[in-house]
Design a protein around this ligand. Structure first.
Ligand SMILES: C[S@@+](CC[C@H](N)C(=O)[O-])C[C@H]1O[C@@H](n2cnc3c(N)ncnc32)[C@H](O)[C@@H]1O
Length: 216
């Protein structure tokens, strides 16, 4: 999550390690900033989402609602919903005109109900002794592996995703790209990279995940 402040399209640089990245973000945004401000990761997801989103589209962890709003105004989805565990985020997204619900990952959504799922997850690997216990941590920390939210998301995705649906998942090199792909494939998903950006200290990819056909 390289920081571009309020301009997700600018060419921001990241500090060298996840802990420093997190501290720098906190210093710039205020430790108690209750909602994640869009950055380059949000911009990369939004570009891919505008191109791929169709039908009923859910942005998990919508934060400020900036990505969902772009899909709503520039994309071809029939309906765009944002969800987040953070009630401040849900309010911020609603202020942008995004339909928002408070919830944990895909738990509030029915089997096969989502044509498109978008997720820019909390992914910074974080030392358990160094957790913050605030909304910034909820937005940034992926636990010790960086995959503590990604894995339960992938566990439940095959249930909630429509048969011909697609999920766009942002994956950082800090999180272990190959580990995420392997985890997804083990859950019966086909994974394809549809966008990539490199920064001095991490690369970001958008993985398009679909149900794997049995003959593949
Ligand atoms: C990296 S931020 C991304 C925000 C926004 N989508 C963007 O790209 O700018 C991750 C978001 O996921 C939310 N989140 C964390 N854990 C969650 C969970 N279990 N279920 C739903 N949302 C969650 C956080 O509150 C935060 O808003």
């Amino acid at each position: 999550m390289p920081d571009a402040g309020e301009d997700p399209g600018s060419d921001g640089a990241s500090p060298p390690d996840p802990a420093t990245t997190r501290d720098a973000l906190a210093a710039r945004r205020g430790l108690d900033a209750p909602v994640y401000a869009p950055a380059e990761d949000s911009g990369l997801l939004a570009e891919a989402a505008v191109e791929h989103a169709r039908g009923v589209t859910l942005e998990v962890g919508t934060g400020s609602g900036w990505v969902a709003e772009r899909v709503l105004t520039e994309g071809d989805a029939d309906r765009v919903i944002g969800s987040d565990v953070n009630p401040h985020a849900c309010r911020r997204a609603r202020d942008r005109g995004v339909e928002a619900v408070r919830g944990d990952l895909l738990g509030s959504f029915g089997d096969g109900s989502l044509d498109t799922v978008l997720f820019n997850p909390p992914y910074l690997p974080t030392d358990p002794d160094n957790e913050w216990d605030d909304w910034q941590e909820v937005a940034l920390s992926g636990g010790e592996s960086g995959r503590e939210l990604i894995e339960p998301f992938l566990d439940d995705l095959p249930r909630a995703l429509a048969t011909d649906g697609v999920a766009l998942l942002l994956v950082s090199s800090l999180t272990g790209f190959a580990d995420v792909v392997e985890y997804a494939v083990d859950r019966g998903l086909h994974a394809e990279t549809v966008a990539e950006e490199s920064y001095p200290f991490e690369s970001l990819s958008i993985l398009a995940l679909r149900h794997r056909l049995s003959k593949e």
